[in-house]
Design a protein around this ligand. Structure first.
Ligand code: PNS
Length: 165
Protein backbone atom coordinates (compact mmCIF):
# COMPACT_ATOMS: atom_id res chain seq x y z
CA UNK A 1 0.00 0.00 0.00
CA UNK A 2 1.21 3.52 -0.77
CA UNK A 3 2.75 5.31 2.20
CA UNK A 4 1.44 8.76 2.96
CA UNK A 5 3.87 11.46 3.92
CA UNK A 6 2.57 14.79 5.20
CA UNK A 7 4.16 18.14 5.91
CA UNK A 8 3.06 20.10 8.97
CA UNK A 9 4.27 23.65 8.27
CA UNK A 10 4.18 26.65 10.54
CA UNK A 11 5.96 29.45 12.33
CA UNK A 12 6.03 27.66 15.71
CA UNK A 13 7.25 30.77 17.54
CA UNK A 14 7.05 29.20 20.07
CA UNK A 15 5.74 25.63 19.72
CA UNK A 16 2.65 25.22 21.92
CA UNK A 17 0.86 22.23 23.40
CA UNK A 18 -1.68 22.70 20.60
CA UNK A 19 1.08 22.12 18.03
CA UNK A 20 2.29 19.06 19.93
CA UNK A 21 -1.25 17.73 20.11
CA UNK A 22 -1.52 18.04 16.33
CA UNK A 23 1.87 16.39 15.79
CA UNK A 24 0.69 13.45 17.88
CA UNK A 25 -2.57 13.17 15.96
CA UNK A 26 -0.75 13.50 12.62
CA UNK A 27 1.81 10.88 13.58
CA UNK A 28 -1.04 8.44 14.18
CA UNK A 29 -2.63 8.76 10.76
CA UNK A 30 0.29 9.44 8.43
CA UNK A 31 3.13 7.04 7.76
CA UNK A 32 5.59 9.90 7.94
CA UNK A 33 5.15 13.44 9.24
CA UNK A 34 7.61 16.24 8.58
CA UNK A 35 7.24 19.27 10.83
CA UNK A 36 8.62 22.24 8.88
CA UNK A 37 9.47 25.60 10.41
CA UNK A 38 9.13 28.48 7.96
CA UNK A 39 11.93 31.02 7.59
CA UNK A 40 9.59 34.00 7.53
CA UNK A 41 10.30 37.65 7.66
CA UNK A 42 8.60 38.45 10.92
CA UNK A 43 10.45 41.44 12.28
CA UNK A 44 11.00 40.30 15.80
CA UNK A 45 10.59 36.59 16.30
CA UNK A 46 11.09 35.42 19.87
CA UNK A 47 13.14 32.39 18.79
CA UNK A 48 15.40 31.81 15.81
CA UNK A 49 14.36 29.13 13.34
CA UNK A 50 17.16 26.87 14.66
CA UNK A 51 15.89 27.30 18.24
CA UNK A 52 12.30 26.52 17.23
CA UNK A 53 13.44 23.48 15.28
CA UNK A 54 15.42 22.23 18.25
CA UNK A 55 12.49 22.64 20.67
CA UNK A 56 10.23 20.77 18.26
CA UNK A 57 12.81 18.02 17.89
CA UNK A 58 13.16 17.62 21.62
CA UNK A 59 9.44 17.64 22.32
CA UNK A 60 8.46 15.29 19.50
CA UNK A 61 11.30 12.80 19.80
CA UNK A 62 8.90 10.19 21.18
CA UNK A 63 7.07 10.03 17.82
CA UNK A 64 9.25 7.77 15.73
CA UNK A 65 7.73 8.69 12.36
CA UNK A 66 8.13 12.46 12.91
CA UNK A 67 11.03 14.52 11.59
CA UNK A 68 11.59 18.24 12.09
CA UNK A 69 13.18 20.55 9.56
CA UNK A 70 12.84 24.06 8.15
CA UNK A 71 12.04 25.55 4.76
CA UNK A 72 12.28 28.74 2.72
CA UNK A 73 9.95 29.96 0.00
CA UNK A 74 6.77 28.34 -1.18
CA UNK A 75 5.27 25.52 0.81
CA UNK A 76 4.26 23.61 -2.34
CA UNK A 77 7.87 23.62 -3.55
CA UNK A 78 8.94 22.13 -0.25
CA UNK A 79 6.17 19.51 -0.46
CA UNK A 80 7.43 18.55 -3.89
CA UNK A 81 11.06 18.43 -2.73
CA UNK A 82 10.04 16.10 0.10
CA UNK A 83 7.89 13.99 -2.24
CA UNK A 84 5.02 14.35 0.22
CA UNK A 85 1.35 14.03 -0.67
CA UNK A 86 -0.34 16.16 1.95
CA UNK A 87 -0.14 19.27 4.11
CA UNK A 88 -1.42 19.05 7.66
CA UNK A 89 -2.94 22.13 9.28
CA UNK A 90 -4.68 22.59 12.59
CA UNK A 91 -7.99 24.36 12.66
CA UNK A 92 -9.16 25.67 16.01
CA UNK A 93 -12.12 27.89 15.48
CA UNK A 94 -14.35 29.21 12.71
CA UNK A 95 -12.10 32.28 12.65
CA UNK A 96 -9.19 30.13 11.39
CA UNK A 97 -11.26 28.81 8.55
CA UNK A 98 -11.13 31.73 6.13
CA UNK A 99 -7.34 32.09 6.24
CA UNK A 100 -6.83 28.34 6.06
CA UNK A 101 -9.25 27.98 3.16
CA UNK A 102 -7.43 30.72 1.25
CA UNK A 103 -4.09 29.04 1.82
CA UNK A 104 -5.36 25.58 0.98
CA UNK A 105 -6.96 26.76 -2.26
CA UNK A 106 -3.90 28.77 -3.27
CA UNK A 107 -1.72 25.75 -2.59
CA UNK A 108 -4.08 23.57 -4.61
CA UNK A 109 -3.88 26.01 -7.50
CA UNK A 110 -0.09 25.94 -7.36
CA UNK A 111 0.08 22.18 -6.87
CA UNK A 112 -3.18 20.35 -7.74
CA UNK A 113 -1.86 17.02 -6.46
CA UNK A 114 -1.23 18.25 -2.92
CA UNK A 115 -4.08 17.79 -0.46
CA UNK A 116 -4.48 19.89 2.68
CA UNK A 117 -5.79 17.88 5.62
CA UNK A 118 -7.26 19.76 8.58
CA UNK A 119 -7.30 18.32 12.05
CA UNK A 120 -8.72 19.78 15.24
CA UNK A 121 -6.57 19.94 18.34
CA UNK A 122 -7.95 18.77 21.68
CA UNK A 123 -10.64 21.21 22.81
CA UNK A 124 -8.55 22.51 25.71
CA UNK A 125 -6.20 24.00 23.11
CA UNK A 126 -8.83 25.48 20.85
CA UNK A 127 -8.11 29.01 22.12
CA UNK A 128 -4.35 28.62 22.11
CA UNK A 129 -1.95 30.41 19.77
CA UNK A 130 1.76 31.26 19.82
CA UNK A 131 0.85 34.94 19.64
CA UNK A 132 -1.31 34.76 22.79
CA UNK A 133 1.30 32.71 24.64
CA UNK A 134 3.89 35.43 23.94
CA UNK A 135 1.48 38.16 25.00
CA UNK A 136 0.58 36.43 28.28
CA UNK A 137 4.24 35.68 28.98
CA UNK A 138 5.35 39.25 28.19
CA UNK A 139 2.81 40.51 30.70
CA UNK A 140 3.95 38.04 33.34
CA UNK A 141 0.88 35.80 33.19
CA UNK A 142 1.16 32.03 33.65
CA UNK A 143 1.76 29.96 30.52
CA UNK A 144 2.08 26.68 32.41
CA UNK A 145 0.12 23.96 30.61
CA UNK A 146 0.01 25.97 27.40
CA UNK A 147 3.48 25.10 26.16
CA UNK A 148 5.77 22.13 26.87
CA UNK A 149 7.87 22.64 30.04
CA UNK A 150 11.02 22.81 27.93
CA UNK A 151 9.57 25.68 25.88
CA UNK A 152 8.57 27.54 29.04
CA UNK A 153 12.12 27.16 30.36
CA UNK A 154 13.62 28.45 27.09
CA UNK A 155 11.25 31.42 27.16
CA UNK A 156 12.34 32.25 30.71
CA UNK A 157 15.99 31.84 29.75
CA UNK A 158 15.52 34.27 26.85
CA UNK A 159 14.00 37.00 28.93
CA UNK A 160 16.43 36.61 31.82
CA UNK A 161 19.25 36.79 29.23
CA UNK A 162 17.80 40.05 27.93
CA UNK A 163 17.55 41.51 31.40
CA UNK A 164 21.24 40.72 31.94
CA UNK A 165 22.25 42.72 28.84
O1 PNS B 1 2.02 29.00 11.77
P1 PNS B 1 1.57 29.88 10.65
O2 PNS B 1 2.31 31.20 10.69
O3 PNS B 1 0.08 30.04 10.59
O4 PNS B 1 2.01 29.12 9.29
C1 PNS B 1 1.82 29.74 8.03
C2 PNS B 1 2.52 28.95 6.92
C3 PNS B 1 3.98 28.72 7.24
C4 PNS B 1 1.84 27.61 6.73
C5 PNS B 1 2.36 29.76 5.60
O5 PNS B 1 2.70 31.10 5.84
C6 PNS B 1 3.21 29.24 4.45
O6 PNS B 1 3.00 28.16 3.98
N1 PNS B 1 4.17 30.05 4.03
C7 PNS B 1 5.10 29.69 2.97
C8 PNS B 1 4.92 30.60 1.78
C9 PNS B 1 3.82 30.08 0.89
O7 PNS B 1 3.84 28.98 0.38
N2 PNS B 1 2.80 30.95 0.68
C10 PNS B 1 1.64 30.63 -0.14
C11 PNS B 1 0.65 29.79 0.62
S1 PNS B 1 -0.88 30.51 0.45
Amino acid sequence: MKKIKAIYPGSFDPPTNGHLDLIERGSRIFDELVVAVLHNREKEPLFTVAERQQMLEETSRRFKNVRVTNFHGLLVDFVEKEKAQAVLRGIRAISDYEYELQMALMNRRLSPGTETIFMMPADQYSFLSSRLVKEVFRNKGSITGLVPTLVEQRMRAKTSGKRGK
